[in-house]
Write a protein that binds this ligand. Structure first.
Ligand code: IMP
Length: 199
């Protein structure tokens, strides 16, 4: 079976990508199989630029087709921040510290103004070119305190529209059903399913 590599060193994110792409006629491997693969510098100003760069560099290093996602949370009351800087928001080291930083920056902002969205741009790179790219979002609100143990990153603070649970209180299947990453990766999956398996 042909291999596709997932271009993410974030284990929890790589697991989500793997769960969503499950069932394709490809062997899906992670960067754990390529410990020497250099870290990609995410210096783009858009999710699209960073996602394409990750997929391109990992594909070039591994010689495999690569799927990358670049994602983050955009908060309206903060002018769309942290956006592409979500993973290093406020130069904080951990998810807990970044969540605390987000809550501090939203102090005093009322419920109806705490709107925002998770964004995911997924890219598929192979044969020396960008084969497919798609961006998807899920709209919601930022709570005043963390709720739930599942997911990762900002999940304990994110209440998706139409739900009474955060994405950290959902099962992985529930989250994938509605999430930015679930929507984007299902489109990548459909694209791959429409192709003849590559050599
Ligand atoms: P990336 O690895 O550069 O794409 O960084 C994505 C960052 O955005 C993560 O480190 C999280 O902080 C945040 N993020 C992206 N997707 C999610 C999600 O599904 N739940 C919670 N946080 C997310």
């Amino acid at each position: 079976m042909k291999k596709i590599v997932l271009a993410s060193r974030n284990r929890k994110k790589a697991r989500e990508l793997q769960e969503i792409l499950n069932g394709l006629p490809y062997e899906i491997v992670t960067l754990e199989a390529f410990p020497d693969c250099p870290e990609v510098i995410e210096d783009g100003e858009t999710f699209e630029a960073n996602s394409a760069k990750k997929a391109a560099e990992v594909s070039a290093f591994t010689g495999l087709w690569a799927v990358a996602d670049d994602s983050g949370i955009a908060v309206d009351a903060l002018g769309g921040e942290p956006g592409v800087y979500s993973a290093r928001y406020g130069d904080k080291e951990t998810d807990e510290e970044r969540n605390e930083h987000l809550l501090e920056n939203l102090q005093g902002v009322p419920d109806d103004e705490r709107t925002g969205r998770f964004v995911c741009c997924a890219s598929l790179y192979g044969e020396g070119k960008l084969l497919y790219q798609v961006t998807e979002t899920v709209e919601g609100r930022i709570l005043h305190a963390e709720r739930g143990e599942g997911g990762f990153g900002y999940d304990p603070l994110f209440l998706p529209d139409g739900f009474e649970v955060t994405t950290a209180e959902m099962t992985p299947e529930q989250k994938h059903q509605i999430s930015h990453r679930g929507k984007a990766l299902r489109k990548v999956k459909e694209f791959l399913e429409s192709l003849e398996p590559h050599e």
